[in-house]
Design a binder for this molecule. Structure first.
Ligand SMILES: [Zn+2]
Ligand SMILES: [Zn+2]
Length: 107
């Protein structure tokens, strides 16, 4: 086993799922930057990707950051309003719902 050390070529799992396909697990890797640490995120399912420098986080593509202008559903909701969804461990994991992380409503 290797210790936790930056792996500049490999992807690692995050505890977040993709907002575009509502189910793809988001992977993360550190990318080389001469200026500051940066990460690249990609959905393992639909390959939506986001590259960050500095303050941007996985929430730019995960369900946690969903706003109504990104995913236009829910009549009566204002554009730009946070949808109140978060990425969470699947509370009912089993044969019919094997996902480890699912999109759920924030408590
Ligand atoms: Zn996706
Ligand atoms: Zn998330």
């Amino acid at each position: 086993m290797t210790k936790r050390s930056p792996d500049r070529t490999g992807w690692s799992l995050t505890d977040h799922v993709c907002r575009a396909c509502l189910g793809g697990r988001i992977l993360k890797r550190e990318v080389c930057s001469s200026v500051e640490p940066a990460f690249e995120f990609i959905c393992s399912n639909c390959e939506t990707r986001s590259t960050t420098t500095g303050g941007v986080t996985v929430q730019s593509i995960c369900v946690c950051g969903s706003r109504f202008n990104d995913v236009p559903r829910g009549p009566g909701k204002r554009k730009g309003q946070n949808m109140g969804l978060v990425c969470m461990p699947n509370p009912n994991r089993g044969p019919s719902s094997p996902s480890v992380i699912v999109a759920g409503e924030a408590q």
